[in-house]
Write a new protein. Structure first.
Length: 633
């Protein structure tokens, strides 16, 4: 049966992982009526799953419909009028609903989101007073230093958030976390709300830390001398001490049971405030689990940008919510980072709208490139004032020439942005206590001023190859004696696995430090964190200001990798003063798409260098990731 299907439907099978062939074989053992036509439909469904969709339309003319009558052991058919308040009990692997085929877990996730979102995204009953946009603007203008001037759409978002649960969306730099920080402050000015539990959550540990860090940055603008009431001082402390959670940790994931402690039957206290950041990265199953654990009367703010890359696993829930739950949406459009008429602003908009961006760019051919990268021009407060884009065509005729040109690009980039770190990240044990947060801020900023962003992990333009090139170049140029060591001072590393006992998560990055006393050298990884584990420096973990130092020998080797270059997926939510982007060479590469390009371009806080040509950009813009989940409201 399966052999015949392989020959007739090879194109579909080539699009799916071999594991799905095994799944189909197992299903054939469960259901003796499974024939070649059924397998063909299942292969098409698995192909859609590979692309991130959760269902397959069965409306194609001539297609044999999968039904519960023919496949009673595999398929459950749900009536279109299924009860929205009663979770269906389904013990079969597939569901047919409105002539669409779902794996049961995705159908139940769809049901969970539909059921909960109607009850969560609504106006609240609590009376917060009559605060309006003008009062909000004046209040925060008065207590911040330098005084913050919230724009009209930001104050409107705060005003609405005092009365209703919201999805707050907008591109990078539009101030989503700024709005949330001052919205929470204004919310907690009501003494009733000040006693509520506050949960800051995101799909990854890195994103959760960034959310917490962004709120902490805003709090630094609050002039505490101007806080005249005890309630205001309590608000400051509450926000300052708020902890960031991954969604798995928030829901208290139990690996042995593969389930969450907080769920539909055991929800959080209704007197809770939830801020969910980077919602575009949350897949359909995790989104459903999160919403089912949140009670009807909780206060909820969901943040995200639907134009960024969708979740790694199936679903595109944020996009569905924004398109179908428009009454609970507020969009921030004005970028605080760059203007819409700047080159990067116009480029971002053209990509976002699916327009060919080539006319905005002045491409440079390889033989005309001067071999230089420029540090962005900044104003007095340290912010970049120019956002130029420099597209460069590599002209190599074969892989050897292209590899040589890539090496030249990344080593020159390294000389500008990474080379000095190996000199600055060294300190004796005697003088380390003389280090202060200002010293470390300078080194941290140096290490995070620039980043290379790649769509791929492997091959010539992938992060693995580029990181190796840069590391070897720095060692050779600075004549670093590795003496059997794996890392050198100033090297930039990223965590690839969660290390919960150290409060480190997949995606966290740090800078290698050498502490020495003339004979002994101990290598530490300096990571910017709010949590402190120890104040001892005798070979253990210690903290200076916002920076925690972890002895590298405590961290599993397979959890660390070089991160001069990172994938565009890993870069989501981050921002750098200078970025160098490598797009895939092959036009049919699935990683060459609109969301990849948009996400990469919007990581910039200054200069953008783009290794591509007009044809590559055209392919990227014209290929948009489309996912179907059939979520309805």
């Amino acid at each position: 049966m399966l052999e015949k299907n392989k020959s007739e439907d090879m194109n579909v099978q080539n699009e799916i992982s071999p594991i799905w062939e095994k799944v189909c074989e197992m299903l054939g053992k469960l259901e003796t009526n499974l024939d070649d036509d059924d397998c063909e439909i299942l292969y098409k469904y698995f192909s859609e799953l590979e692309k991130g969709s959760t269902c397959l339309s069965l409306d194609d003319e001539g297609a044999k419909k999968i039904s519960s009558k023919k496949l009673p052991n595999l398929v459950y058919e749900v009536d279109e009028k299924y009860c929205a308040d009663t979770k269906p009990e389904i013990k079969k692997p597939f569901v047919v609903f409105k002539n669409n085929l779902f794996a049961t877990k995705y159908f139940l996730a769809k049901w969970g989101i539909e059921n909960r979102i109607r009850k969560i995204l609504k106006k609240r009953t609590e009376n917060h007073g009559k605060t309006n946009s003008t009062e909000i603007f004046n209040y925060f203008h008065a207590i911040t230093s330098p005084a913050i001037n919230l724009n009209e759409e930001q104050t409107l978002a705060i005003e609405r958030g005092l009365k209703e649960n919201l999805i707050i969306t907008g591109g990078p730099g539009t101030g989503k976390t700024t709005v949330v920080c001052y919205l929470l402050w204004e919310l907690f000015r009501n003494p009733e709300f000040l006693d509520y539990s506050l949960y800051l959550a995101a799909p990854s540990g890195k994103a959760a830390d960034r959310l917490k860090e962004s709120i902490s940055d805003e709090l630094r603008r609050i002039n505490r001398d101007k806080l005249s009431t005890l309630n205001e001082k309590k608000i400051y402390e509450k926000l300052n001490l708020a902890e960031g959670f991954t969604i798995h940790r928030l829901l208290s994931y139990n690996p042995s049971k593969n389930s969450f402690s907080y769920n539909r039957e055991n929800q959080f206290n209704p007197k809770s405030v939830f801020v969910i950041d980077e919602a575009s990265m949350i897949d359909i199953c995790l989104f459903s689990s999160l919403l089912e654990a949140i009670p009807d009367d909780a206060t909820v703010f969901i943040l995200g940008d639907e134009n960024q890359l969708p979740s790694v696993d199936a679903g595109a829930v944020l996009g569905e919510l924004l398109s179908k739950k428009t009454d609970s949406k507020i969009e921030l459009k004005k970028s605080q980072r760059f203007t819409e008429d700047s080159q990067i602003g116009r480029l971002k908009k053209s990509v976002q709208n699916g327009e060919n961006p080539s006319s905005i760019l002045n491409f440079t051919d390889w033989d005309k490139w001067n071999g230089k990268f420029y540090i962005p021009l900044k104003n007095n407060d340290g912010r970049c004032v120019e956002y130029p884009v420099f597209p460069l065509r590599i002209s190599g005729k074969n892989q050897k020439e292209k590899s040589s040109q890539t090496t030249e690009i990344v080593t020159k980039w390294s000389d500008i942005f990474y080379n000095e770190l190996c000199l600055n990240a060294r300190c004796s044990f005697k003088s380390f206590r003389e280090l202060n947060e200002d010293n470390l801020n300078s080194i941290w900023d140096e290490g995070n001023a620039a980043r290379i962003l790649c769509a791929e992990r492997q091959y010539m333009r992938g992060v693995e190859e580029i990181n190796k090139k840069i590391s070897k170049h720095i060692i050779k140029k600075n004549k670093i004696d590795m003496d059997g060591e794996e890392f050198f001072a100033g090297e930039i590393l990223m965590l690839t696995k969660n290390q919960k006992m150290f409060n480190l998560y997949n995606g966290d990055s740090g800078i290698v430090f050498d502490f020495f006393d003339g004979e002994t050298t101990i290598k530490y990884l300096m990571v910017k964190k709010s949590a402190q584990k120890s104040d001892s420096a005798s070979g253990g973990i210690f903290q200076i200001g916002s920076y925690v130092f972890y002895p590298i020998h405590l961290l599993p080797r397979d959890s660390l990798e070089l991160s001069y270059a990172i994938t565009i997926h890993k870069s989501q939510g981050s921002g750098y003063e200078s970025i160098l982007i490598f797009l895939p060479e092959k036009k049919d590469n699935p990683l060459l798409n609109r969301q990849i390009l948009y996400t990469a371009l919007t990581r910039t806080k200054g200069s953008t260098y783009l290794i591509a040509d007009e044809e590559t950009l055209s392919h990227a813009v014209n290929k948009k990731i489309e996912r179907t989940t059939m979520i309805e409201f």
